[in-house]
Design a protein around this ligand. Sequence first.
Ligand code: ADP
Length: 398
Amino acid sequence: MNVLVINCGSSSLKFQLINSESEQCIAKGLCERIGIDGSMITYSPAGGEKEVTVTPMADHTDAIRLVLEALTNEKTGVVKSLDEIGAVGHRVVHGGEKFSGSVVITDEVMAAVEECNDLAPLHNPANLIGINACKKLMPDTPMVGVFDTAFHQTMPEEAYMYGLPYEYYQKYKIRRYGFHGTSHSYVSKRAAEVLGVPYESLKTIVCHLGNGASVSAVKNGKCVDTSMGLTPLEGLIMGTRSGDIDPAIIEFIAHKENKSIDDVMSILNKKSGVLGLSDNLSSDFRDLEAGYNNGDENAIRTMKTYCYHVAKYIGAYTAAMNGVDVICFTAGIGENAPLVRRLTCGYLGYLGITLDEEANGKRGEDLVISTPDSATKVMVIPTNEELAIARETVRLVG
Ligand code: ADP
């Protein structure tokens, strides 16, 4: 079966068509600037030329229509008709406490996702628009929702509660939810597979280090803690997000700089993280790594602080699981930045970790980057959220 995987943002839409038998991506692409001047679609069929077309897209329905046209195009398409698309898997960011797994999308599910809009006001409405647009154009094709928060729903109460008045949990469901769940689940399972060890018997820490970044503790196949919270702002230092800070800093900056709470929140989300910490050198680790190697003090400070924070979370989650068997690095930075892995593991001598420098320098495949005698294994596992969404879709409607 071919599964269309859709990841819808407020003005963008990423898609992949995946063949569920071969698990290969047949075509993928991106619609950008939806509803804004200069909308464009990028379409890449596997083994074919990438095409970029600037064309108006008034809304997400227009965008999906263009995606379907590209996939079925006589010359460059990869399927003859829409009948060859068996199901659609949608990434949905926030499933609140309602969804602890993927679901077939029904009217009741749509209503329940809408109820979570408060918790993810930037993401969930866009995800719903994407689902509605697909339903309009492919009314008879089954659709599945795969939630970023679902994998983390197994966290125990002590991991998800904050030290706040309990009434806020009761009234507003303020608690830790965690994100990137599809990736944490995929990577932790894949690590067990690669090691040939039962998933249910492993203590794994997954460091998903991309533009957004989070760490999770997965014990015996279940998530027991994760670093992102009510929103994706908590936890690690990220590309432009601050991660953990003393909450009193918000009021302090607001007073000193005569700013509103909204202004400060925007600074914490968009101008902080490694971008802010490096005094605006870059949010991209390729630049930071180059700067670090050239002795740039902004890059050195940023790289050291970033890796120290990752190492602190690894320490915390080792405590949460009473040990750790394997530490996995994934996502843009985790997969591609050997320096980040080396500096982070530099703090983990107490876990008996020795890094294999040669393996750590390699790119691409699932790799063990610790030496054979390392007491805790360290791995690089490339994440594949689209494939995980396609698998979930087939599991539910296949
Ligand atoms: P997201 O999906 O959250 O946007 P990604 O997982 O794609 O993020 O990660 C993007 C980040 O990965 C970039 O900002 C960049 O810092 C980092 N990255 C990508 N390639 C490399 C590389 N070759 N070396 C170091 N960092 C890289």
